[in-house]
Design a protein around this ligand. Sequence first.
Ligand code: ZN
Length: 318
Amino acid sequence: MSRWFSASPASRFGFVLLLLLPIAGHALEAVALAPGVWMIPGVLAEVNDGNRGRVVNIGIIAGAEGAIVIDSGANRLQGEAILAAAQRLAGKPVSLVINTHPHPQNVLGNAAFAAQGIPILASEQTRARMAERCPRCVAAIAEVVGSEAMAGTAIVLPGLTVAATETRSVAGRRLRLLVPGHAHSEGDLAVHDLDSGVLFSGDLVYRGQVPHLAEARIDGWLGALDVLRREPARWLVPGRGAPGTLRDLEPLAEYLVSLRARVAAAYAQGRSLDEALERAALHDFASWEGYASRHARNVQHVYFEIERADLIGARGRQ
Ligand SMILES: [Zn+2]
């Protein structure tokens, strides 16, 4: 049993079962969450040569008419392994892939599914951002994980899009597709499987890891967490870290609220970015993965967000 799993709070829940699937010579882990619902856990780390971009949690739901896969992995090889795992677990072909947002580790496995004619769905904003950025993001991730890991990887845009939150039947399963607007990314989409009560948040929720804010709007993200809180979900599968319940999104909310408050206070006092960096150290979160490498960048991002809003407001008052 992996260290991730034995350390996971998920093991407190009686329904969790770890399965090892031998796929193409590798053992792939899957965690059973509810009847017909699984996740393949990502590694809680930055993308690197060792994990080859396998850093986000992947969801699998078995519908009466086919399987649904939530996020496709960081490259074609990962996409193929996820596709094989989904078919093995669900015992039926995959009917649909959902991309939760346009980050490379969530979408670059699409090619494996497209090769089998499987449709891909995302928010309209995710599709637009992928069209704009993905040609660059393939090269960027290849620089880190190497060209061998990215063999055969090409951009495949979602053919199906949703513009706003809606409930629809997919492969015999009722899914609520939540589109809360610009939050962690421009195109976040969370999937609530109404039949099991499992909510897949994508990167709207991180657990035990400092979140990436590079493309975020911090106010929008806090608003999106309110949207998730209102869902009557039994279980939460975050984009990063162990599964749990909706209560487990609160530490991330506390991080974002504290970050915004500290940076806003420093800005209001006329402090420079360097001074804000000193004043916005959040020691309560220093044990989270990525604090040393990512927190300062998040402070900078929020400082610029606040500054931009202030300058636009000042122009409006003239
Ligand atoms: Zn992301």
